[in-house]
Structures are given as structure tokens and as C-alpha cells.
Design a protein around this ligand. Sequence first.
Ligand code: HEC
Length: 98
Amino acid sequence: MKSMLLVLAAAGSMVMAGAANAADAGADLAKAKGCLGCHAAAEKKVGPALKDIAAKYKGNKDAAATLTAKLKDGKGHMKVAATDAELKTLVQWSLAAK
Ligand code: HEC
């Protein structure tokens, strides 16, 4: 029983570490792409705070697709020059803010 708990605890901390790495990757990419010039995690700059974006799209199952299209095609947002994989990371980063 005890070893079972240890396995669960280890799995849990691995999941946490994975999430932290994904957030870091998003933030690094956002910096590299210049997003942080207009967006910050918690306060409004030129663009809305990430936490406000995340709150606006909370529970919207089309959020990722909507935002990806917006950024990719420059619809209602300046066009973002990024690969599909980069866009995915950036959109996840935008939606993960709390
Ligand atoms: C020149 C300033 C500027 C830059 C650079 C910028 N944004 Fe924005 N962004 C805005 C403004 C202004 C808005 C609010 C208007 C809107 O919703 O499009 C916004 C809105 C957004 C939204 C929410 C859209 C919605 O539907 O609510 C997301 C997501 C977003 N930006 C992501 C990014 C990402 C990712 C990058 C970097 C690749 C980026 N932005 C770079 C100005 C900027």
C-alpha cells in the first residue's frame, strides 16, 4: 500500500514538472516572438492580460482553434509569423494563464 502511494506521488510530481516546462516553453517563445511587448500575464498592456484572455475563453472548447486562426490569419489581431507548432504553444500559453 505504501509503495502504491509513493508511485502515485512520483507520477503526480512528474505531471507538475511537465506543466511547468510547457509554461516555460510558451513564455520563452512569446518573448522571442515579441508577444510580451503587448501582453503580460496579469496586467493589461497594449493587449489584454493573459489571465483575462484565459478567463474570457474559459470553458470554450473552440478556444484553441479560434485563437490559432486569429493569430495565424491576422483576423482581429496582427498576423503572427510562427509555425503551426509554435502557434499551438503560443495559444496554449495564452490560455493557461491564471
Ligand atoms: C502590437 C501589439 C501586440 C502584439 C505584439 C501581440 N498582441 Fe496579442 N493582442 C493585442 C491586442 C491589442 C489585443 C486585443 C484585441 C484582440 O482581441 O485582437 C490582443 C489580443 C490577443 C489575444 C486574445 C484574442 C481574443 O480573441 O480575445 C491573444 C490570444 C493574443 N493577443 C495572443 C498574442 C500572441 C501569442 C502574441 C505573440 C505571437 C501577441 N498576441 C502579440 C496586441 C498585440
